[in-house]
Design a protein around this ligand. Structure first.
Ligand code: NAP
Ligand code: G4F
Length: 374
C-alpha cells in the first residue's frame, strides 16, 4: 500500500532530505510552500516535476489553509518541520516565532481532528534540544528537565507539550523528536556551521578577508541532517507513540568547528586573546590557498553583534533510547566527516560563484543576522 506523507517546511534543510528519503521508500509526498515575492526553492528544485512529489500553497499561520489541505491530501503521516528556526531571529520577531512554532503545531493537530483523521494519521513534531536551554544536566536525555532560554525555545516548548496533550487526551499517534543540531551542505547560511564553512572557502579563495563570529566557547552536539531524517521516519514507525532524543553523543565548541573547517580549506589557525578580543590567526597555508592570504593575517574575529541576550552553551545529547528502541546509529557520519563534506561542498560552490556576487552575499548575510537596528 502506498503511503501518503504531508511535510510542512518542505523547502528547508530537513524537509528536502526527508522528501528524498520518503520518495525513495515509495511514498506519495506532499509539501507545503508559502507565497513569497521570489521563488527560492533551491533545496527541492531537483524534485519538482518528478512523479509522486506535490507542492501546495498554505501557511502555518493560516488555520483554514491547513484544514483544507489536510482534508484534500488525507495523509497517513504528517511531518511538521515548518518553523521560524533561527534562535537569534526569535529575539527580533518573538510574536511571529510563537505564532508559527507554537500555535502552528496546534493548528496542525486541529486540522487532523477537524478532518476526522485522528485515528489514522500519525504526526511527527520537529522538537529541539533548545528546550534544555540553560541546561540542568549534561548530557541531556528524554528525562532531563527543560529550561528554555530564547523566545524560539519557549515557542517550541508549547509545541512539545501540546503534542503530548493531544496524545493523551485524544489517543493520537503524535510524537516529538528532540533533535540536537544537525547540519549539512544545505544548512541555512546564517547558522554558525554554514557561516563558517562558506567563509573559510571564501577566505581561502581570496574573496573575503575576515569572518566575524559571536560566542566561540559555545558547545554543540552536531550531527548530519541526512542521517537525522531517517529518525523522524523511524519514530513514526515505532509501535507506540513516544518522544526521542536524537543526537550523536559527541560535543565540540564553535572554535573547534572553525579550526577544522579552515584546516579543510587549506588554512591552519592559531587562536590568541580572550572573549571579544579573541582572534583566529593564519599559522600556515597550503599551496592552493589564494596569495592574498598571508601568515599572521587575522581571519576570524569576535563581534558582539552575534552575542545573544541569553545563549545556550552546553548541549550534549544522550541518544541511548533511539539506539536501543529505533535501532538508529548516531555515528553514521562523524563530526570530522561532517565538517569535511560541508567545506568540500562550499569550496566548489565559492569557486563557481562570481566574486562580486560573493561579496554581496557576505554583506547581506551579515546584515540579515545582525538585524537592521544593530
Ligand atoms: P529551516 O531550514 O529553517 O526550514 C524551515 C522551514 O519552515 C522552511 O521550509 C520554511 O519555509 C518553513 N516555514 C517557516 N515559516 C513558515 C510558515 N509560516 N508557513 C509555512 N512554512 C513555514 O529549518 P531546518 O533546519 O530544516 O529545521 C526543520 C525543523 O526542525 C524546524 O522546525 C526547526 O525548528 C527544527 N529543528 C532543527 C534543528 C537543526 O539543527 N536543523 C534541530 C532541532 C530542531 P521558507 O523556505 O518559505 O522559509
Ligand atoms: O548555529 P546556531 O545559530 O544554532 P542554534 O542556536 O544552536 O539553533 C539551531 O539548533 C537548534 C537545536 O539545538 C535548533 F532548534 C534551531 O532551529 C537551530 O537549527 O548557533 C549555535 C551556537 C550558538 O550558541 C551561538 O551563540 O553558535 C553560537 N554562535 C557563535 N557565533 C553563532 C555565531 N551563531 C550564529 N548563528 N552566528 C554566529 O556568528
Amino acid at each position: 500500500m502506498t503511503k501518503t506523507a504531508l511535510i510542512t517546511g518542505v523547502t528547508g534543510q530537513d524537509g528536502s532530505y526527508l522528501s528524498e528519503f520518503l520518495l525513495a521508500r515509495g511514498y506519495e509526498v506532499h509539501g507545503i510552500i508559502r507565497r513569497s515575492s521570489v521563488d527560492y526553492r533551491e533545496r527541492i528544485a531537483h524534485l519538482e516535476g518528478t512523479p509522486h512529489f506535490h507542492l501546495h500553497y498554505a501557511d502555518m499561520s493560516d488555520s483554514m489553509s491547513l484544514v483544507k489541505l489536510v482534508g484534500k491530501v488525507q495523509p497517513d503521516e504528517i511531518y511538521n518541520l515548518a518553523a521560524q528556526s533561527h534562535v537569534q531571529v526569535s529575539f527580533d520577531a518573538p510574536e511571529f516565532t510563537a505564532d508559527v512554532d507554537a500555535v502552528g503545531v496546534l493548528r496542525i493537530l486541529e486540522a487532523v481532528r477537524t478532518n476526522h483523521l485522528e485515528k489514522t494519521c500519525k504526526i511527527y513534531q520537529a522538537s529541539t534540544s533548545e528546550l534544555y536551554g540553560k541546561v540542568e544536566e549534561v548530557p541531556q536525555s528524554e528525562t532531563t528537565p527543560f529550561h528554555p532560554y530564547s523566545p524560539y525555545a519557549v515557542a517550541k516548548l508549547y509545541g512539545y507539550w501540546i503534542i503530548k496533550e493531544y496524545r493523551e487526551a485524544y489517543d493520537m499517534f503524535c510524537c516529538s523528536g528532540i533533535l540536537f543540531n544537525h547540519e549539512s551542505e544545505r544548512r541555512g547560511e546564517t547558522f554558525v556551521t554554514r557561516k563558517i564553512t562558506l567563509a573559510a572557502a571564501r577566505i581561502a579563495q581570496g574573496k573575503q578577508d575576515c569572518l566575524y563570529l559571536g560566542n566561540l566557547d559555545s558547545l554543540r552536539d552536531w550531527g548530519y541532517a541526512k542521517d537525522y531524517v531517517e529518525c523522524m521516519w523511524l519514530i513514526l514507525q515505532h509501535e507506540t507513540p513516544e518522544d526521542f532524543v536524537i543526537a550523536t553523543g559527541v560535543q565540540h565548541s564553535v572554535r573547534e568547528f572553525a579550526t577544522l573547517a579552515f584546516h579543510h580549506a587549506g588554512i591552519e589557525l592559531r587562536w590568541e586573546g580572550e572573549g571579544v578580543n579573541e582572534k583566529g590567526i593564519v599559522e600556515r597555508v597550503n599551496e592552493l590557498t589564494n596569495e592574498r592570504v598571508k601568515v599572521g593575517d587575522v581571519v576570524v574575529a569576535v563581534s558582539p553583534d552575534f552575542y545573544r541576550p541569553t545563549d545556550v552553551v552546553n548541549l550534549l545529547g544522550d541518544p541511548s533510547k533511539a539506539k536501543r528502541e529505533l535501532g538508529w546509529n548516531p555515528q553514521t557520519t562523524s563530526f570530522e566527516q561532517l565538517v569535511e563534506l560541508m567545506v568540500a561542498h562550499d569550496m566548489k560552490k565559492v569557486a563557481a560563484d562570481d566574486a562580486a556576487a560573493e561579496i554581496r552575499k557576505v554583506n547581506l548575510a551579515e546584515f540579515l543576522e545582525k538585524g537592521i537596528d544593530k
